[in-house]
Design a protein around this ligand. Structure first.
Ligand code: SF4
Length: 367
């Protein structure tokens, strides 16, 4: 996880520099443009590290603290919207082909489609259900999209700096995101710059700070989230986002956001309230069904979707059903942590004495 500085019980190579000090060094270097990409779940949790109530939404204070520390911001909510568009369009292509019988010129993965933004879930599938990897959405996670965007469009059009000087910091509720950032395949900015005649490695994300790491960084720089001047960054196009991007942090959020996009594109209408019901016999799994009428052909299709959180306890029976070809679902969201990213491994460790369920309830009115 990158946090053990002395003895990793699993023998991982040791990084002797604290990741927080590494980022502070970059922030002090005027030749480097340090960009923080902040996940939705961080802004409802970091206040706890500064004595605020669990669930306090501190977006403008966090932006103010990031500015004071010297970060530029590319909000992960912005790229969560992009992920939703990508996943939604991928799902639409499959619905049109498999459920509405339209021909397709492209190779489409099978249904059900799985969400792919949780690196712990992706790794679990790689190790224990490799035969289901073709079902995984091909969209990469919002953090990795933010990294590629920051080192291409952001460097060129927003900060107007050499892309090699951009240092992308993922600020995440999640320790698994440190592993995701280290995967060598996530260097799409390098592919782009190669086409422009620039060589270099350009990893999409250079370093991941968890919510606790970011709190530690602010404390080292004597910045207090409670008292810092608020900042909205409203002129920054990379800090704009919809409500869909925001609900990414919650279990069911990725599913609902992508499904709303698919529904709108197919029917031309907005989806009403989406009601999830617990699936009998499968703890921690909820399902919903949505009937859509194709605005072009008038054909109707009823989509069944499921959301599951807590990989170890809840997901296996759902995957065994898919493997056996008996799954009734078209789209399945899986988040490793109970309640979703709001309860990720990088979040504050209960400084207010609240349970994970209390924290989830503070930000999930329907939980
Ligand atoms: Fe990370 Fe947990 Fe969110 Fe998965 S559900 S991305 S492991 S915080």
């Amino acid at each position: 996880c990158g946090q053990c500085l002395v003895n990793c019980p699993f023998g991982a190579p040791q990084d002797t520099v604290d990741v927080v000090d590494k980022v502070i060094d970059k922030l002090k270097n005027k030749q480097v443009t340090v960009v923080g990409t902040i996940a939705p779940a961080v802004r409802v949790a970091i206040g706890e590290e500064f004595g605020m109530e669990p669930g306090s939404l501190v977006t403008e204070k966090m932006y103010g603290a990031m500015k004071q520390a010297g970060f530029k911001v590319l909000d992960t909510n912005f790229t969560a919207d992009q992920t939703i568009m990508e996943e939604g369009m991928e799902l639409i292509a499959k619905i049109r082909h498999y459920a509405l019988g339209e021909p397709s010129e492209h190779h489409l993965g099978p249904l059900p489609q799985f969400t792919s933004c949780c690196p712990a879930w992706v790794r679990y599938a790689e190790l224990y259900y490799p035969e289901l990897l073709p079902n995984m959405s091909s969209a990469k996670s919002p953090m990795m999209m933010a990294g590629a965007l920051g080192k291409t469009y952001g460097a060129k059009e927003i900060w107007k700096v050499d892309p090699a000087s951009v240092f992308m910091v993922g600020v995440m509720p999640c320790t698994a995101k440190k592993f995701e950032a280290s995967r060598p395949e996530f260097n799409s900015a390098a592919h782009y710059w190669q086409t422009q005649g620039k060589s270099g490695s350009y990893p999409d994300i250079d370093v991941v700070l968890t919510t606790r790491d970011l709190a530690r960084l602010f404390k080292k720089l004597n910045i207090d989230i409670k008292t810092v001047a608020e900042f909205s960054d409203k002129d920054n196009p990379l800090a704009q986002y919809s409500g869909a991007g925001t609900i990414f942090a919650n279990t069911g959020g990725v599913m609902e956001a992508a499904l709303r996009t698919a529904y709108f594109v197919i029917t031309g209408k907005e989806l009403d309230v989406l009601e999830f019901k617990p699936v009998r016999g499968l703890k921690g799994v909820k399902e919903a069904s949505v009937t859509m009428k194709d605005a072009k052909t008038g054909k109707e299709v009823t989509l069944k979707v499921a959301v599951a959180h807590g990989t170890k306890e809840n997901v296996k029976p759902l995957l065994d059903e898919v493997k056996a070809g008996k799954s009734p679902y078209h789209f399945i969201e899986i988040m490793n942590c109970p309640g979703g990213c709001v309860n990720g491994g990088g979040q504050p460790i209960n400084p207010m004495g609240t349970s994970w369920l209390d924290k989830a309830k503070a930000v999930l009115p329907w939980s």
